[in-house]
Design a protein around this ligand. Structure first.
Ligand code: GMT
Length: 380
């Protein structure tokens, strides 16, 4: 198939899924073009088989690499539409697939308006705050719903988020659920076990947006730190970074906190961790939790959104109510004090992650593309 993939270029789960999906589809022999504002992090230019189209040069980009760029100036928006139209004319795509609805649902709606029946089928994947924030916006929400109605297929990454999106946008049916996936050749338990005596290592990875509840991460770690010899690894960056840095300074424990910054490849760091903390206010899925489990790292997460579809409470990690850091601390301390239980949880986490193997899940996307294409027939 000839596929046009459209995604953001900031650090985040939807970008990761879109780029990894593109690479795997290209490996399977599809012709894939990836459209993004600038080059997505981790885009390996040479040899991935995917043609990258960026709308502005990377060096001209003034935005923070972790912030999701949703307010596009008109000239960039128009440039994206024109670029897509030109590429569609040249490449004759079978499918246009956008990841994250803002601004891409509007962009492809314009493309469809322009091309009418000559437009390739359009599929959108709803990833998170495109539904929970933008979809609920009294001004933007209704026009976003209209743009989504104009697509030929919608998917989402968990049952919870698909149902929520159907309700928020008043969709006639639930989006198809295709869960996020993990490349098990990259995310796996360490081959060599680290025998060196070291502090207990607690890790959090995200783009440090308010929704990740960094205050809760900090309070959980503080509670663990007072009871166990431990350190915190923070991987990522974003708007909450300064607040969290000053919190640790005030508490006088900054020496036990390591800031790794934004990393295109987080697997080696996650694999060296003992536990992953993801106490977000909401997650449609939480790709980081899945990647942690694939590395055999139990996950302490909030019982929010699609997280219960990823982390099995008591088996591959623990789920606590949003903001309930004291329960999280007790669960962690009990777990780490019981080596047998901890080892069983590590094994169960790695085993459970196999359900989300990239190889299996990408086939679901291929099947879905074929289904949408055949329902519509060939474009005229
Ligand atoms: O929706 C967002 O805030 C951004 C988006 C992203 O690009 O990081 O995150 C969402 O998509 C990921 C990939 O599907 C999911 O793993 C995240 O749970 C989801 N974030 C939220 O729902 C807050």
């Amino acid at each position: 198939m000839r596929i046009a993939m459209i995604c953001h270029s900031s650090f985040g789960g939807s970008t990761r899924i879109a780029t990894e999906l593109s690479f795997e589809l290209a490996r399977r022999g599809h012709k894939v073009h990836l459209f993004s504002r600038t080059a997505p992090p981790g885009f390996r230019d040479a040899g991935n088989g995917v043609t990258l189209h960026r709308i502005i040069a990377d060096q001209d980009d003034q935005t923070h690499p972790a912030s999701l760029y949703t307010y596009w100036p008109k000239h960039e928006y128009q440039k994206f539409v024109s670029h897509l139209l030109q590429s569609i004319a040249e490449e004759d795509f079978d499918i246009l697939h956008f990841h994250y609805a803002i601004p891409f649902a509007f962009i492809v709606q314009d493309v469809k308006r322009h091309l009418g029946k000559r437009s390739p089928p359009v599929i959108g994947t709803l990833h998170g705050t495109d539904t929970t924030i933008h979809g609920r916006d009294p001004v933007k929400g209704p026009s976003l719903a209209r743009a989504l109605f104009a697509t030929d297929g919608l998917t989402s990454v968990s049952f919870h988020h698909a149902h929520l999106s159907a309700g928020v946008f008043g969709l006639p049916s639930c989006p198809e659920v295709i869960p996020n996936f993990v490349d098990l050749s990259v995310f796996h338990p360490p081959v060599k076990v680290d025998e060196e005596k070291r502090k207990i290592r607690i890790t959090h990875v995200s783009n440090f947006r308010p929704i990740k509840d960094l205050q809760c991460v900090a309070r959980i770690f503080l509670g663990i730190h007072t009871r166990m010899d431990s350190e915190l690894w923070l991987i990522g960056d974003g708007e909450e970074m300064e607040k969290i840095q000053s919190f640790f300074k005030q508490e006088g424990i900054e020496e036990d906190v390591c800031f790794w910054g934004l990393r295109p490849n987080v697997a080696p760091l996650i694999a060296q961790s003992d536990l992953l903390l993801m106490p977000s206010l909401y997650e449609s899925f939480c790709l980081a939790a899945l990647e942690g489990m694939a590395c055999g790292v139990p996950v302490i997460a909030s019982n929010a959104g699609g997280l219960p579809e990823v982390v099995i409470h008591g088996k591959t990690g623990f789920l606590v109510a949003v903001g309930d850091y004291s329960t999280a601390v007790d669960l962690v301390v009990n777990l780490l004090s019981d080596q047998e239980k901890y080892r069983a949880m590590k094994e169960a986490a790695a085993l459970h992650a196999l359900k989300f193997d990239q190889k299996k899940i990408v086939s679901l996307y291929e099947d879905y593309y074929k289904r949408v294409e055949s329902q519509l027939g060939e474009p005229q």
